[in-house]
Design a protein around this ligand. Structure first.
Ligand code: DGJ
Length: 553
């Protein structure tokens, strides 16, 4: 029996926060490439890189084919070795259950599932076909061969749920006391490619039948949080009837989401009944495409109300962010008060600033670059495609510097307990060049542009990015207020001004400005900065400063 409550999610000041060892915890994480965690020997060097990058957690696949090679015969030797490796390094793990879905395909189902197409039917995107061609994009004249398991396969769902429950039983027995594993992702990028819904005879019959009355009623009573497109479909649809009658033009996607989410929930619920760790699902974003061009039925933001109804065992919907519209996606995924949990993101030059920004601004539960061992290396062709090379912003075309990520990662890892304690309060804020560009003055005078500012009541921190002194465009600045007269600032590529927020005492002067570093969460001061170094507060490398100040009339 552990002396700690099992890792869980608590609401702190209205903010969902992950608790590990009964304390708020931030997953400063990295996700490994898909095949790495199949070999603990290979993982040795990956753990070392993660440590050098300041990570405290790794997101590691555990696959159905690995743990249940034959039906009912389980082998947990590889995940057991991975947990041991994490413990040796004082790291945590979030396991990713690659079960029936992996990137909207079924690559990781065991052979006994893949080969029995009667018991475990495939999804039909073309009637009667187990594998069909799917359009990649209207501009590409060839089709990609596509197959995956049907979301209507009751036997598949039961087999997946049984294997997942066995997996969670292993975690309870092997990790219930030490609690190295903080959460589990259920499946990976669920949904259907190539069509908005399955078109087998069984799927057609269900689609033409009545929408379950409790679900139709739920959707009608939750229009307040819906995206406009779905809200409009729901309010203009009939109260009861077929899927098309109730949900109009959104019917096919809602039908897919209903069945995918129900399937995933059955798996998650079976696992939670055994060992109730926090459970997440990740999402392949729609990127503005039509259903079928992205895995339809997956937890894209406009399907969240459907997922809420069908998948109450899932705690958080998580975006995999490879698109340039970073802030828009984070805002979409937090618009209903949920935690920001980014299990995968790109490793271009915004990777490190976004780490600092998501912790400081969104109080994120997890930030995790995908294939982080590639940080600092030139992009591969796949990364070039994934990260969208056809962009104007040079930061999106430049690989993240290893040294910069490592410096920020280590600062945040050491400060993590202080930062996590401030989650849900406005004592912790951040701005970045990417998300908070200065608002130009109509006169065109750059000195009059309105710079982004963080308001702590008693004082404000105004931050300039891309000035004459500071020409880079990928700066970031996080501020943690300790009191009305003291704060910590973490940042890079920015100029900082502190002002009083107190109208009675409008002047502010510094009493202490120290650079330094944290070791074992203890502050080790470096130089005391004054004179030229405090006349213009400018950070030109990833830094942490301790500041004390006073205000007067
Ligand atoms: C998204 C998936 O979820 C990951 O497993 C991986 O395949 C990445 N894409 C990058 O290729």
């Amino acid at each position: 029996m552990s002396k700690h409550t099992i890792p869980h999610i608590s609401q702190i000041n209205g903010q969902p926060v992950l608790m590990v060892g009964d304390k708020p915890f931030i997953l400063l994480a990295g996700e490994v490439h898909n095949s790495d965690s199949s070999s603990p020997a290979y993982m040795e060097k990956i753990w070392a890189i993660a440590d050098e990058l300041g990570m405290n957690t790794l997101l590691l696949p555990v696959t159905w084919e690995m743990i249940e090679p034959e039906e009912g015969h389980f082998d947990f030797s590889v995940p057991k070795a991975l947990i041991d490796q994490a413990r040796e390094r004082d790291m945590h793990i979030v396991f990713l259950w690659f079960g029936s879905w992996k990137n909207a395909e079924c690559m990781y189902a065991p052979a006994y599932v893949k080969t029995d197409l009667v018991r475990f039917p495939r999804a039909q995107i073309e009637k009667g076909k187990n594998k069909a061609g799917r359009e990649i994009s209207p501009a590409i004249p060839v089709k990609a061969p596509y197959t995956t398991l049907s979301y209507l396969g009751e036997e598949t769902m039961k087999a997946d749920a049984r294997a997942f429950a066995a997996w969670m039983g292993f975690l309870r027995d092997y990790d219930g006391e030490r609690q190295t594993v903080a959460a589990v992702q259920v499946e990976n990028e669920t949904g259907l490619l190539g069509a908005a819904r399955e078109v087998s005879d069984a799927a057609d019959a269900l689609f033409a039948a009545e929408v379950p009355a409790d679900f139709a009623a739920y959707m009608r009573s939750h229009t307040g949080t819906m995206t406009e497109e779905i809200r409009s479909a729901v309010v203009h649809g009939r109260e009861n009837g077929s899927w098309t009658e109730v949900f109009g033009g959104a019917a096919e996607e809602i039908f897919s989401a209903y069945h995918v989410a129900r399937f995933v929930n059955t798996v998650a619920e079976a696992g939670k009944a055994v060992y109730p760790l926090p459970m997440t699902v990740n999402c392949w974003l729609d990127k503005g495409g039509a259903p079928g061009s992205y895995p339809t039925g997956g937890p894209v933001s406009r399907m969240h109300e459907v997922w809420d109804f069908c998948a109450p065992s899932i705690d958080t919907y998580c975006p995999d962010i490879y698109v340039p519209q970073f802030k828009e996606v984070c805002d979409e995924y937090t618009r209903r008060g949920g935690a920001l949990f980014i299990p995968e993101c790109a490793t271009h030059s915004y990777c490190a600033p976004r780490l600092v920004y998501t912790v400081g601004h969104y109080h994120a539960m997890c930030y995790s670059p995908f294939g982080f061992d590639d940080i600092g290396k030139p992009f591969t062709a796949v990364q070039g495609f994934l990260f969208g090379m056809d962009v104007n912003d040079p930061a999106l075309r430049t690989p993240q510097s290893f040294e910069e990520y490592s410096a920020f990662g280590k600062i945040l890892r050491e400060m993590m307990p202080m930062l996590a304690e401030a989650y849900g309060s406005d004592r912790l804020q951040a701005v970045s060049a990417e998300t908070d560009p200065a608002i130009p003055d109509p006169s065109g005078n750059p000195f009059l542009a309105k710079q982004p500012a963080m308001d702590f009541g008693a004082f404000t921190v105004t931050v300039g990015f891309q000035s004459q002194i500071n020409p880079r465009g990928d700066g970031v600045c996080l501020c943690l207020a300790v009191s009305d007269h003291e704060c910590w600032i973490v940042g890079n590529a920015c100029d900082i001004r502190l002002n009083s927020g107190n109208k009675e005492q409008p002047n502010l002067d510094l009493l202490l400005l120290e650079e330094g570093r944290f070791e074992d969460s203890r502050w080790i001061p470096g130089r005391r900065l004054n004179g030229d170094e405090s006349a213009q507060l400018s950070m030109d490398k990833p830094s942490v400063w301790h500041l004390k100040f006073f205000t007067y009339q």
